[in-house]
Write a protein that binds this ligand. Structure first.
Ligand SMILES: *Cc1c(COP(=O)(O)O)cnc(C)c1O
Length: 379
């Protein structure tokens, strides 16, 4: 099945009771049993829910995986992956990644004796050098948030295999329309379904996709034992979102290219971070492992004062000043004070995340209107 067909038909089966083409929202906590232990495969909704099941089937299909699991948020999905580990186990993680992932690793799981080593994953030698006998997991994000660094997934997967460690890729920024890490050797794909999968800024949700059945059993056990499951209404919304993922992503990519090139040619704009520029250090890898470059980008102003950035951030009208990304509407964000405020300033600066950096999630509006909005704001 090709991409667009997959997005529309993934997990879709007419309801056996009524023929309803859309999976119903099974808003129930429990299921009546015919006799003790005799049921229709559904016992209690933390363990099984038909709406969630349809979504999990869709998750698997759109990432070319065998299995999918849905969680109540992206960080809950990440939390489940780290719970595969035991005290003393080591994780190699990207030094430039989503602030909430960094917070979960450093503030929660370090206390449980998991050891995290942060490296520049765009440099395969650095990744290989961080491997020890205790390495159990490599955690990647590509392209990264917000600096759009690109890591060679296949290259890291070879290091992980040699080390006997799992590779998990946070594929939120690219979405399954642009990149499929399982095909490149990853063991687990993680998504904040809150972003492109849901696509309409109306739901918080997370996803894991995988091929290995033993790994699926372990993660399913964690999902039901720890209980971070999404409600059926949220599952319905994400199922619906996925049906237009390919259409939205095509427009995100088109608008992204227009806005990125416009920013780059603007006299008041400094560095623009977007992996579709041919001189982006990760361009060759991105072209190989992605089908397009998306609508996420960051930029600095030539006047690198916080004040100048704040002026732009508070002057846009179509670009709403908000955390999050991947919705149909364009958003503007200040990583240093918003999405990445949980990362200490020195750590941020080390990775090039300056106080004046501005991140855009370019939506699916008309590009001309987006440019007009930025023209007013930047001057
Ligand atoms: C938003 C986000 C997360 C966290 O997901 P939530 O759904 O907000 O819990 C993880 N990784 C990336 C790249 C994100 O953008």
């Amino acid at each position: 099945m090709k991409l667009a067909t997959k997005m529309i038909h993934a997990g879709a089966h007419p309801d056996p009771g009524t023929g309803a083409i859309m999976t119903p929202i099974f808003q129930t906590s429990t299921y009546v049993q015919e006799a003790p232990g005799k049921n229709k495969g559904f016992e209690y909704a933390r363990s099984q829910n038909p709406t969630r099941q349809a979504l999990e089937e869709a998750f698997a299909l759109i990432e070319n995986g065998k299995f999918g699991l849905a969680f109540s948020s992206g960080v809950a999905a990440t939390d489940a992956v780290i719970k595969l580990l035991s005290p003393g186990d080591e994780v190699i993680a990207a030094s430039d990644m989503y602030g909430g992932t960094y917070r979960l690793f450093t503030k929660v799981f370090e206390r449980f004796g998991i050891v995290f080593r942060y490296v520049d994953t765009t440099n395969l030698e650095e990744v290989a050098a961080a491997v020890t006998l205790n390495t159990r997991l490599i955690w990647l994000e590509t392209p990264t948030n917000p600096l759009m660094n690109v890591t060679d997934i296949e290259g890291v997967s070879q290091i992980a295999k040699k080390a006997g460690a799992l590779l998990c890729v946070d594929n939120t920024f690219a979405s399954p329309y642009l990149q499929n890490p399982l095909d490149l050797g990853a063991d687990i794909v993680m998504h904040s379904a809150t972003k492109y999968l849901g696509g309409h800024s109306d739901v918080i949700q997370g996803a894991l996709m995988m091929n290995d059945s033993t790994l699926r059993e372990k993660l399913y056990f964690i999902q039901k034992s720890c209980g971070a499951v999404p409600g059926p209404m949220d599952c319905f919304l994400v199922l619906r979102g996925i049906k237009t993922l390919h259409l939205r992503m095509q427009r995100h990519c088109e608008n992204g290219a227009v806005v990125a090139h416009w920013l780059r040619n603007h006299p008041k704009v400094g560095k623009v971070y977007w992996c579709g520029f041919t001189d982006h250090p990760g361009y060759a890898i991105a072209s190989r492992q992605m089908r397009g470059f998306g609508g996420m980008m960051s930029f600095e102003l030539k006047d690198d004062s916080l004040q100048a950035a704040q002026q732009v951030l508070s002057s846009t009208h179509l670009f709403a000043l908000a955390e999050s990304l991947g919705g149909v509407e364009s958003l503007i964000n200040h990583p240093a004070s918003m999405t990445h405020a949980s990362i200490p300033r020195e750590e941020r600066l080390k990775n090039g995340l300056t106080d004046s950096l501005i991140r855009l999630s370019v939506g699916v509006e008309d590009a001309e209107d987006l440019i007009a909005d930025l023209t007013t704001a930047i001057g």
